[in-house]
Write a protein that binds this ligand. Structure first.
Ligand SMILES: [Zn+2]
Length: 68
């Protein structure tokens, strides 16, 4: 993926690299789980995605980082 220019699938604009974002995965039945203290008792697992955002329309795409 390095050096590659991504095109927005929505408007064809340029996708700008926003960086990596970590998401917690595993066991949640939605965002509400975070506010109920359920987060401690779960084996915490994170998944990193590389985030791109369209400069024109704001569409966001996620990619799994390479070399994982
Ligand atoms: Zn776009």
């Amino acid at each position: 993926m390095k050096g590659m220019v991504n095109k927005c699938s929505n408007c064809g604009g340029e996708m700008v690299l926003m960086g990596d974002m970590k998401f917690r995965v595993g066991g949640y039945s939605g965002v509400g789980g975070m506010f109920l203290g359920g987060w401690n008792q779960l084996a915490e697992q994170t998944q990193t995605f590389t985030l791109y955002r369209c400069a024109q329309c704001g569409k966001v795409d996620f990619y799994e980082p390479a070399g994982r």
